[in-house]
Design a protein around this ligand. Structure first.
Ligand SMILES: Nc1ncnc2c1ncn2[C@@H]1O[C@H](COP(=O)(O)OP(=O)(O)OP(=O)(O)O)[C@@H](O)[C@H]1O
Ligand SMILES: [Mg+2]
Length: 331
């Protein structure tokens, strides 16, 4: 019996989806290395719907005929909304080796595709040999490739990927070799929205490139989603803290999306702030008079530009004013 994994719809609209997991064949040259790149499932991961959607598309792909061309998903959302984490967890559950390849403005197509390099021939001379780049190497076996920060990439880098992403489904190397998209390779991407705010080094995605992706929006998590992530991860965190942090994050992120530039905050509150930094601060200041306030001052405000502090503090005053009086953890 092949091993399977079942995905449940957190919105409870769709039925559970059961999929067979991938297996790395032993005849790929770098099998051991690839197996080492299968991510571990995160025990604290809470699917807010994206993982189930990935699974639903995967099911369509597996169950439909040749009339469907493989679709590649790009997740678009603000910083720290959990885009890369969703994609990584999909790889973990489907047991696919995970290759995260950032497409920063610096990266050139030779880094991604490959290049011809000179090597000593052992007889005092040199010979030139092709060396695969990051994407090419990933495509040679089962892989989930996450092209992160798609809208940071330069135009020529994107052009090199056009054929791979459309129905041609292959990469033509300068050596004349054609590397086809294997049946056990999945391509994903992430990007920040450019409509609302600047992200240094990003640009509006080239239209022809954007048209090669299914673009799914990752919204800021809701209060309910945040508190369930906090409770899953910090089982002993006292309720008033869980609730206050959830409200702070929701209000800051609502303010981030506000139209009025005079009062809105310019930095959203990321999942890293909520799930990593603030709880660390609560631990550190657990014996202080107001642990939440101290954690806020030490782990949140330093991320905010000085001119934006007032806006953050306005949210703090409106939502918390004074932190809970009890200890932050019941242990
Ligand atoms: N669904 C989730 N459940 C639990 N924790 C999560 C979830 N999503 C993200 N996290 C946590 O939040 C952190 C940030 O997520 P991630 O790096 O995926 O964000 P991102 O959207 O890719 O951010 P950026 O745009 O800055 O690259 C992760 O390291 C993880 O600890
Ligand atoms: Mg990311």
């Amino acid at each position: 019996m092949p091993e399977t994994v079942t995905f449940h719809d957190p919105l409870e609209e769709g039925p559970p989806i059961t999929l067979e997991v991938f297996e790395v064949p032993t005849d790929v040259t770098d099998a051991a290395q690839r197996i080492g790149k299968i991510p571990e499932p995160d025990p604290y991961y809470v699917d807010v719907g994206m993982l189930y959607r990935f699974a639903a598309l995967e099911q369509v792909r597996r169950e439909s005929g040749p009339e469907f061309v493989a679709q590649h998903v790009a997740v678009r959302g603000h910083m720290g909304t959990g885009k890369d984490h969703d994609i990584e967890q999909f790889a973990a559950l489907l047991r696919l080796p995970y290759f995260r390849i950032p497409l920063t403005g610096e990266v050139r197509d030779i880094t991604l595709i490959g290049s011809t390099k000179l090597h000593g021939d052992g007889k005092g001379g040199t010979e030139s040999r092709w060396e695969d780049g990051d994407i090419t190497r990933a495509l040679r076996g089962p892989a989930l490739v996450n092209l992160s920060e798609l809208n940071a990439a330069g135009a020529e880098t994107l052009f090199a990927l056009h054929g791979l992403l459309d129905r041609y489904q292959a990469l033509d190397l300068p050596t004349g070799e054609t590397v086809r998209l294997r049946d056990d390779v999945r391509l994903f991407g992430t990007m920040n929205p450019t409509d609302l705010r600047d992200y240094a080094g990003t640009q509006t995605l080239n239209k022809a490139f954007a048209d090669r992706w299914v673009i799914w929006e990752k919204d800021f998590p809701t209060d309910e989603q945040l508190t369930s992530m906090l409770r899953r991860r910090y089982t002993t965190m006292a309720d008033p803290y869980v609730e206050a942090i959830g409200r702070l994050a929701v209000e800051v992120n609502t303010s981030f999306q506000a139209r009025d530039a005079a009062t809105r905050v310019e930095t959203p509150m990321s999942l890293r702030t909520v799930l990593d930094r603030l709880p660390a601060g609560l631990r550190m200041f657990q014996r202080a008079d107001d642990p939440l306030r101290r954690a806020w001052e030490t782990f949140v405000l330093p991320h905010v530009d000085p001119y934006d502090r007032d806006h953050y503090e306005t949210v703090w005053s409106a939502v918390v004013r004074k932190g809970p009086g009890e200890p932050p953890f019941n242990d």
